[in-house]
Design a protein around this ligand. Structure first.
Ligand code: GLC
Length: 737
């Protein structure tokens, strides 16, 4: 009886207590009711303070109401270490060394959406554990030019592949009550003059190429945040652009989250208020000054407050901005979930290692791989075999808890069975300190020999090696895959091309491992035994690479971009197209996307320009046979079914790709074909299984500028099915009427 009385008394108290709890604090209340309740309790000053930075990576909450501030963190590949409030240098904390996951080009190269979800969940756990509410990722800008310094942060040259891989990444991140922040919205396809490039592009190319991954991220991925970019579009900075932010993102797509400016992307008070941005970050100030709080000088700070007070700015717009910020807070730090995430746990390293290995692309193999047990003397040549690559590259640089280098990975895997020696071969940027983080290879790369001596030493050892593994590429230094510093050549830097040719001249078994986030010229491709496209793989880089080179993992990566022979062959070739033409009397560069919808393989295919390696290409250590597909029409599109067989002796995975070619229409530019579906399947030796790929009618559409809508032309469409954009043995014609 006493127990019952106690229970009744407690439930009465709790019941009573929850009724006295303000709605906005009641985790069980619908989020919009919490937002409205909080909003009505806030003063004008509290509302405005919520719409701009209060430190390098945070914006204000409402201390009086117990509403916390919002914390953002870079980046797409891991949670950036803490930086000082007034500089970009690392603050030297002792608890912020993270798991470095592979770069997003690697994730795209896996062509496995389930891995994108696993990736997003893991990195979201690390963000939650570090108390971050908004992860400034993923970047989904299209690879328009291979010179763009940030392509390693993005998902390649095809909007369909990027969309399919971005959506689960976003959902994975947000499963931790951390907001994913799609960036850089939009048309930020190069870094040169990034604050002053005014992009001129057709509505068709905008809608068919440059917006789809953002639209998918918002409408399918449910992204809670979007970051407008530095560049201009239609002569308005993207962070102050009403067409992008208000018309397309918020109104047309129904985006109910928060738009967070790129750091320093806001330039003008009236324009940013007209543009519809919600949160202003990084505007030219680095925090407190002796005389005042510099953050009060932000365009959406005191200047906004003045306009509100004298009636020049509508309060309903202010309230919409604040609602969006409150919604983000209630979705993240004040969500019902009290899950605190995980950080640098074995599962995260396992995820990084698996994605790294699965994203590596085998481009050529004359039998040198997987490494045979008979190879007892292995020489590894190249600075990238030891150089730290988790640092550098700009805002995605990380303070990683660990990074296994390719040399360490190979020694881990082969140490007992073969002698694995190393020669530097060339001098890249050398030992670096990045944002005051000293790279662990600092001493190893302190060099006394000159370039000639380095080459001579490498060649001397190569003459007697059973196998030479060259590990080079780019290295995220300035102009070598780096934010704000586009590449200046398609070729490898530091004399690597000559060194590779020289190695191939003295040893018939040279494997080239190119580490980069962009395609590179490969003039030596016919002279070496094997070529591997490797990526910036993060903490488990060396183990992922060793897994593939030794055959512990059968490579199954497929290129997310084309590898051209020459820069002149690329679609964005020529000053008008890139980097654009400087406007007289202004620092603005007008950059014209004259190639229109023909990005990447769409360009090379339609213009009949040969490439070194095509989009979607990648070899395996086993063989596959893709059978004859069967296509059936469904209520909302087509369903394609096809059997795949593993014809070799090793388990592996194949990605079946489906491209569609539209009927010709006079006066309407159409790409020769475009990717509309794919499916990756794991098969044991000798196994045959079917995959089915659904293709909605909308995949057949083009964007009709006259009606500002998607349109499907009646006629015959051809589905091409195969293992890469250049290997499509099966053609099926369907009639759309
Ligand atoms: C940088 C980048 C953006 C990053 C932000 C914060 O300039 O453009 O991707 O998230 O500023 O570091």
């Amino acid at each position: 009886m006493r127990l019952l009385a106690t229970i009744l008394f407690c439930s009465a108290c709790l019941g009573g207590f929850s009724q006295s709890l303000p709605k906005y604090l009641d985790h069980t209340a619908p989020i919009e009711e919490r937002v409205s309740d909080a909003l009505r309790r806030m003063t004008l000053e509290e509302k405005v303070r919520m719409l701009h930075a209060q430190s390098k990576f945070s914006s204000a909450g409402v201390p009086r109401l117990g509403i916390p501030e919002l914390w953002c963190a870079d980046g797409p590949h891991g949670i950036r270490g803490e930086v000082f409030w007034d500089s970009w240098d690392n603050a030297g904390w002792t608890n912020d060394s993270c798991t470095a996951f592979p770069a997003l080009t690697c994730l795209a190269a896996t062509w496995r959406p389930e891995l994108a979800r696993e990736y997003g969940r893991a990195i979201g756990e690390e963000a939650r554990y570090r108390g971050k509410d908004i992860l400034l990722a993923p970047g989904v800008n299209m690879l328009r030019t291979p010179l763009n310094g940030r392509n390693f942060e993005y998902l390649g040259e095809d909007p369909f592949l990027a969309s399919v891989m971005a959506v689960p990444y976003i959902q994975g991140v947000q499963s931790n009550n951390v907001a994913a922040c799609l960036k850089h919205f939009a048309l930020n396809n190069n870094e040169m003059n990034r604050n002053f490039s005014d992009v001129h592009v057709s509505d068709r190319a905008l809608r068919e190429i440059y917006l789809p991954a953002f639209k998918a991220g918002v409408q399918q991925g449910g992204a809670w945040a979007v970051m407008p970019s530095y560049n201009l579009f239609e002569n308005r900075h993207a962070c102050e652009n009403p067409r992008l932010i208000k018309d397309i993102l918020k109104k047309e797509w129904g985006f109910d989250g928060i738009t967070v400016s790129d750091w320093g992307g806001v330039h003008d008070t009236d324009k940013v208020l007209d543009g519809g941005l919600d949160l202003e970050m990084g505007t030219g100030t680095d925090g407190l000054r002796a005389d005042m709080n510099a953050y009060d000088t932000y365009h959406m700070a005191n200047p906004y407050l003045e306009r509100l007070r004298d009636g020049r700015a509508p309060e309903e717009e202010l309230d919409d901005h604040v609602r969006r910020v409150l919604r983000t807070i209630f979705r993240t730090s004040m969500s019902p979930s009290h899950w605190k995430g995980r950080f640098t746990c074995p599962e995260h390293y396992a995820t990084a290692r698996r994605i790294g290995a699965e994203g590596i692309v085998l481009l050529k193999n004359n039998g040198a791989l997987p490494i045979s047990d008979k190879k007892k003397k292995i020489l590894v040549v190249g600075e990238n075999a030891v150089k730290m690559l988790t640092i550098g590259g700009g805002s995605s640089s990380l303070k990683a808890q660990k990074e296994v280098s390719p040399l360490e990975g190979l020694r881990n895997a082969l140490g007992g069975k073969a002698e694995v020696d190393w020669e530097r071969g060339y001098i890249g940027a050398g030992s670096v300190v990045y944002n005051n983080v000293k790279s662990k290879d600092y001493d190893l790369l302190s060099e006394t020999r000159d370039s000639l001596r380095l080459v001579a030493d490498a060649l001397e050892k190569a003459k007697t090696a059973d196998l030479v593994i060259f590990v080079g590429g780019l290295n995220k230094e300035d102009y070598q895959d780096c934010e704000d510093k586009d590449r200046i050549s398609l070729n490898l830097p530091y004399g690597q091309d000559g060194l590779i040719e020289a190695l191939a001249a003295v040893n018939p078994n040279v494997v080239v491992v190119n580490i980069s986030g962009n395609p590179v010229a490969m003039p030596w491709a016919d002279k070496v035994s094997a070529i591997v496209q490797d990526w910036y793989l993060g903490s488990e880089a060396g183990n992922s690479l060793a897994d593939v080179l030794t055959g512990a993992v059968n490579p199954s990566g497929k290129l997310p971009f084309s590898v051209p022979y020459r820069l002149e062959d690329t679609p964005a070739w020529g000053e008008r197209r890139y980097p654009g033409i400087k406007r007289a009397g202004s620092n603005i560069h007008d950059i014209h996307y004259d190639e229109d919808i023909l990005i990447g393989y769409r360009w090379y295919d339609t213009k009949d320009i040969p490439v070194r390696f095509p989009f979607g290409y990648g070899l395996s250590y086993t063989g596959f046979d893709i059978g004859k597909p069967v296509v059936t029409r469904t209520a909302d599109g087509y369903s394609l079914r096809v059997d795949v067989s593993n014809t070799g002796k090793m388990a592996g995975a194949e990605t079946v790709q489906v491209y569609v070619s539209a009927p010709r229409q006079k006066g309407l530019l159409r790409e020769r074909k475009k990717l509309v579906g794919f499916s990756k399947i794991d098969l044991a030796p000798g196994e045959t299984r079917g995959v089915s790929i659904d293709i909605p009618f909308s995949s057949l559409a083009y964007y009709d500028e006259d009606t500002a809508s998607e349109r499907i032309v009646k006629g015959k469409y051809v589905f091409s099915v195969g293992s890469s954009s250049a290997d499509l043995p099966h053609k099926i014609t369907v009639k759309y009427d």
